[in-house]
Design a protein around this ligand. Structure first.
Ligand SMILES: Cc1ncc(COP(=O)(O)O)c(C=O)c1O
Length: 437
């Protein structure tokens, strides 16, 4: 226990003007979520797999496979009927797009604020990403989404950035009205919910990442979830070029095996190894504990930040379902954001502004250079200039002004589960000190 400091006991002189820094408690040594939790459970699980000398999921009975156990627990936690573990979030996106039937020349709507992999996955299938504005929730703007739909739109990828859920009510309504399937990108939102339901289960499919920076991690890894059997089958077939072979061996009859042989098509190799599955399983068991702490911390810091004059908080679509791993708030202008961020930072707050034309942040469309410049690995320029379905989508750096305005005046602050009570209380006091100054 510690005694919570009171703002009245602090020297009111701002640190940026030479006064004492309000935050003196040590910050967490590590800001990442999953990696901090790696302990004996993960070590023992990996050791068990290594001792078995079998790292391949399909070479063991399903009940003994770590990857399968992970899939089963993930299905239980999300309520998704079908779960497929793969080797990255990007491969989960590509397999998910195959699952929902996206093909060459189709248009797929992606938000202007997401990791570049979301748009790259669309291009990997020869389809075209169409960039949609974000709103003050920093997720896809449902109004702009509707404006960007054309007769060639075949998919929508809402991205639950920074653990905060998109407005899945409105997005699903627009998608249903136009008959367009949804693949939710939940790479950064493992455990988030919208109105009490897990993200990833609103659309036709969902994707998660288990990469090092995510809420839970296996180093690398990804997950596809869906409630639709045909979506799952298509994604699973694409995730393994020999999928029919493994499935045939698991069928009860020769007729059922034949069916698999008939439906399988070309695939790649997105399989998850037993080593990754073992780590992912142990991490998943720890996920809800991580989130209950980050959510509690975010609630506390949010209440303090709301008192800052001239500040508007992010418009979170569901505050209970938000993972609580990051807080965003807006100043009135980008200049005011820089000044406020510097003032808070000087007091010891771990915050900063976000968009700069100079710093190539690949989470902002402005810095998606190879998409803006239409560069792909194909020497003939595919898919941009494919004669039968040429690209009708144009790109330029100022094409989403609403997004650039929001990201230009936002201040962000990370939240991690190992922030001590003392540190969090001091952060709140520091915010109040700045609010009163
Ligand atoms: C929003 C988003 N989508 C997709 C990805 C891709 O995941 P991965 O790095 O596991 O391929 C990431 C991760 O970095 C991400 O943040």
């Amino acid at each position: 226990m510690h005694n919570a400091p009171s703002p009245a006991s602090l020297d009111p002189h701002l640190a940026i003007n030479g006064g004492p820094k309000a935050v003196t408690a040590p910050p967490p040594q590590n800001w990442l979520h999953g990696p901090q939790e790696i302990g004996d459970e993960e070590i023992e699980a990996v050791t068990k797999v290594l001792r078995s000398k079998n790292l391949f999921r399909f070479m063991r009975d399903r009940s003994l496979s770590s990857v399968s156990q992970f899939e089963d627990l993930f299905a239980e936690k999300t309520g998704a009927r079908y779960v497929l573990a793969v080797n990255s979030g990007t491969s989960a996106l590509i397999a998910g797009l195959v699952g929902i039937g996206v093909s060459q020349g189709d248009e797929v709507l992606v938000p202007a604020y997401t990791y570049i992999a979301t748009a790259a996955a669309v291009l990997a299938l020869g389809a075209f990403p169409v960039i949609v504005e974000i709103d003050a929730s920093l997720t896809m703007d449902p109004d702009d989404l509707e404006k960007k739909i054309t007769p060639r739109t075949r998919g929508i990828i809402p991205v639950h950035m920074r653990g905060t859920p998109c407005d899945m009510g409105r997005i699903c309504e627009v998608a249903a009205r136009h008959g367009i399937p949804i693949l939710e990108d939940c790479a950064q939102a493992n455990g988030a919910e919208f109105r009490g339901k897990a993200v990833g289960t609103f659309g036709d499919a969902g994707e998660f990442s288990l990469q090092h920076f995510k809420i839970i991690t296996a180093g690398e890894g990804g997950i596809v979830v869906t409630n639709r059997k045909e979506v799952f089958d298509r994604a699973a077939i694409y995730h393994d070029s020999a999928f029919a072979f493994w499935m045939e061996g698991r069928q009860e009859s020769e007729a059922a095996a034949q069916d698999w042989r008939k439906i399988c098509f070309l695939g790649e190799n997105y399989r998850q190894s037993e080593l990754h599955g073992a780590v992912a399983l142990e991490q998943l068991k720890k996920r809800d504990r991580i989130l209950s702490r980050t959510r509690a911390i975010k609630r506390k810091l949010w209440s303090a930040l709301e008192t800052l004059p001239g500040v508007t908080m992010e418009a979170v679509n569901d505050r209970d379902g938000d993972c609580g791993i990051s807080i965003a708030f807006f100043a009135e202008t980008s200049e005011a954001a820089v000044a406020l961020s510097k003032t808070l930072h000087a007091e010891g707050l771990p915050c900063g502004t976000y968009f700069s034309k100079q710093i190539p942040n690949r989470h902002i469309f402005y810095h998606w250079d190879y998409i803006m410049e239409k560069r792909t690995p194909h020497l003939n320029g595919f898919p941009w200039n494919a004669p039968e379905r040429p690209c009708s989508v144009g790109y330029h750096k100022e094409m989403c002004p609403q997004t650039l305005d929001l990201l230009g005046r936002v201040i962000m602050m990370p939240v991690t589960q190992t922030m001590s009570d003392e540190y969090v209380d001091q952060l709140c006091c520091a915010i109040e000190k700045v609010a009163h100054a």
